[in-house]
Design a protein. Structure first.
Length: 337
C-alpha cells in the first residue's frame, strides 16, 4: 500500500506542474487589462502604463512565469490586488466555509443515494426502483444554480421556513472562536447552541442543493453495480447455501459493489468543487468559489491561480484517499500495489 501511495504521489507531480502552466497562460489570455481596471475609467494612458509597470505586467511572459514559479516554491501565492491581502491567507480563511458546505452536501447525498440504489437493485420494477430512476433523472437534468434558486424561492420567499440566503450565520449571531473553521463544529466546541442552530439553518438549503446535484450519479452507479453483483455466481452460491437475504446483500454483494461506487464518489466530489462556485454565488456563501469569481471579474490573476491550484491539490489528495479505500475494501489492490 505504501508503494502504491508513493507511485500515486509521484504521478501527481506532472499533473500539478501542468496545472500551474495552463492556469498561468489562461489567466494572461483572459480579456481585460488589470492595470486599466485598477486605474479606473478616467485614468490616462500614462497612469495605466505606470500601474502596469508597478504590477509587473510590462515584463515578458516568460519572466513573469519564472517569478510566479519562484514565489510558488517559497509558498507565496501572490497578493490580491482587489483586497490587498495575501492570497494564501484569503484561501486559508475561506476554505473551511467551502469545505463544510461541500462535505455536508456530499454526506447528505451519500446517506440518501446509496440506500436508495441498494433498495432499487434488490427490488427491480418496484415503486422504489421507479422512484430511484425519477430522482436520478431529475438530479441530472436540473442545473445546480436553478435548483438553488427554486429552493430559495420556495422555502425562503414563499414559505418563510428558511433564513435569508446571506452567508454562514444569521445577522444577529456571532461567529464562534476559530478552532476548525467549520461553524457546526466550532459552535459545539464553544457550547454556543444558538449559533449552532443559526449555522445549521444557513447550511441546509445550499447543502441540499449540492446533494440533489450529486445524488443522481451515486444512486445510479449503486443500483447498476448492485444489479451486476447480485447476478454473479458467488451470490447465487451464497443464497443456495442457505444464508439469509440480509447477510447475502450486506456481507457479499454490497462490499463487492462498492469499488465502482467509490470511483463515482471521487468524480462527484470533483464535480461538487465546480458546482460549489455557483452555489456560493446564489447563497452569498463566503467561500473560495465566490472569492475566485470576484477576482476573475476584476481580472485579478493571483486569486484565480491560487484557487485553481488549491482545487488541483485537493483533487490529487482525494484520488489518493480513493486509492487507500480501494485497498481497504479489496485486498487485491494492495497485492497489485
Amino acid at each position: 500500500m505504501l508503494t502504491l501511495i508513493g507511485k500515486r504521489l509521484l504521478f501527481a507531480i506532472p499533473s500539478l506542474i501542468g496545472v500551474v502552466i495552463v492556469t498561468f497562460l489562461l489567466t494572461r489570455a483572459l480579456p481585460g487589462d488589470p492595470a486599466a481596471y485598477f486605474a479606473g475609467p478616467a485614468a490616462t494612458k500614462e497612469a495605466v502604463d505606470q500601474i502596469r509597470k508597478k504590477l509587473g505586467f510590462d515584463k515578458p511572459l516568460i519572466e513573469q512565469f519564472v517569478r510566479y514559479t519562484n514565489d510558488l516554491a517559497h509558498g507565496d501565492l501572490g497578493t490580491s490586488f482587489t483586497t490587498g491581502q495575501p492570497v494564501a491567507a484569503e484561501l486559508r480563511n475561506r476554505l473551511p466555509a467551502s469545505a463544510e458546505l461541500t462535505l455536508l452536501g456530499l454526506v447528505v447525498s451519500i446517506v440518501i443515494a446509496i440506500p436508495l440504489g441498494v433498495l432499487a437493485a434488490t427490488r427491480p420494477g418496484s415503486w422504489i426502483d421507479h422512484l430511484c430512476r425519477v430522482t436520478t433523472t431529475a438530479g441530472v437534468s436540473l442545473p445546480v444554480f436553478f435548483t438553488g434558486l427554486v429552493l430559495v424561492y420556495v422555502f425562503y420567499f414563499r414559505l418563510g421556513w428558511s433564513p435569508a440566503p446571506l452567508g454562514r450565520l444569521d445577522v444577529f449571531a456571532s461567529a464562534p472562536p476559530t478552532v476548525t473553521g467549520f461553524y457546526l463544529i466550532d459552535t459545539l466546541i464553544a457550547r454556543d447552541f444558538e449559533a449552532f442552530r443559526s449555522a445549521l439553518s444557513q447550511l441546509i438549503l445550499p447543502a441540499v442543493t449540492l446533494a440533489i446535484f450529486s445524488l443522481a450519479p451515486i444512486a445510479r452507479m449503486t443500483r447498476a453495480s448492485m444489479l451486476a453483483v447480485l447476478a454473479s455466481d458467488f451470490v447465487r452460491t451464497a443464497r443456495a447455501s442457505g444464508l439469509s437475504p440480509g447477510k447475502v446483500i450486506v456481507t457479499y454483494a454490497f462490499r463487492n459493489a462498492m469499488l465502482p461506487v467509490i470511483t463515482t464518489l471521487s468524480m462527484v466530489f470533483s464535480f461538487l468543487l465546480g458546482a460549489n462556485v455557483l452555489v456560493e454565488k446564489v447563497f452569498a456563501w463566503p467561500g473560495i468559489g465566490s472569492y475566485a469569481v470576484e477576482a476573475l471579474i476584476a481580472s485579478d490573476f493571483a486569486p484565480v491561480q491560487g484557487f485553481v491550484l488549491t482545487m488541483a491539490v485537493m483533487y490529487v489528495l482525494l484520488n489518493l484517499l480513493i486509492d487507500i479505500l480501494y485497498g481497504v475494501i479489496d485486498p487485491r489492490v494492495r497485492l497489485e500495489g
